[in-house]
Design a protein around this ligand. Sequence first.
Ligand SMILES: [Cu+2]
Length: 120
Amino acid sequence: METFKPRYLIRAWWVLLIFIGIMFGPRMAYAAEIQMGSGGMLVFDPCELTIGVGDTVTFVNNELPPHNVMFDEPYQEMSHNDLAFASGEKFDLTFEQAGDYYFQCDPHAGAGMKGVIHVE
Ligand SMILES: [Cu+2]
């Protein structure tokens, strides 16, 4: 009669759990980074970007702060109203719906600090 080896069973469970985690875990797909202020200019760099639904974009405070990210309708609730003052300050935004997300930096919109993220 074969001896029962619980070790193998536990190992198989772990493999299965990790597999399930990979297959059904939350998708935090990292898509891109947008610099706020770049090359001595009041711009988002890049200012136009195409990503997939569920992708995450990291906004990085780079040059000439303060900056924020304010989305146009109908995505205003995605806005990051708080001004980023410190260089290197960053925040992530995840885009769960397909659409064209137009945004601007409130203090510098007049200088043309605007951008768009296409989510498809
Ligand atoms: Cu700005």
